[in-house]
Write a protein of this length. Structure first.
Length: 142
């Protein structure tokens, strides 16, 4: 079982690496975060692409095929309603997002499952808390 977990983590780590413009591999950090800390999960898993302020200007953006979207305008771009279900499906990897091209965005569901020892309930809590944090970043006047 430990070997399977190790293989999963290595596979995820390889899948999460990008090549920058010089062909060098850019590896985002993969570190455990508290289940209830949406802000820490965001900073650890999302900010490298979307930026600390969630406006799409993270440090690895030059290495991406397409720019990372501004996450602070999700509600505005969805008739004033935050698309919670769509955000959760995107984090899980269940929904392709045109702006992400061919899976430019890493799928975090398997990593969250590994961090939670295989617990689907913990994965759901992580995704709920991360989604709520992203919702809290929405521009005023949604």
């Amino acid at each position: 079982m430990r070997l399977a977990g190790l293989v999963l983590v290595v596979g995820i780590a390889l899948g999460l690496s990008w090549a920058d413009q010089d062909g060098k591999t850019v590896q985002p950090p993969i570190r455990p975060t508290p289940v209830g800390a949406g802000d820490e999960m965001y900073l650890s898993y999302c900010a490298s692409c979307h930026g600390r302020d969630a406006r799409g200007a993270g440090p690895v953006v030059p290495a991406l095929k397409r720019p990372a979207p501004d996450l602070t305008t999700l509600a505005k771009r969805n008739a004033g309603k935050f698309p919670s279900a769509r955000v959760k499906a995107t984090i899980r990897g269940e929904q392709m997002v045109t702006a992400h091209g061919s899976k430019d965005m890493p799928v975090w569901g398997p990593l969250f499952r590994y961090l939670g020892g295989g617990s689907r309930a913990e994965v759901n809590v992580r995704i709920d808390n991360l989604t709520r944090y992203i919702e809290s970043l929405q521009e005023a006047g949604r």
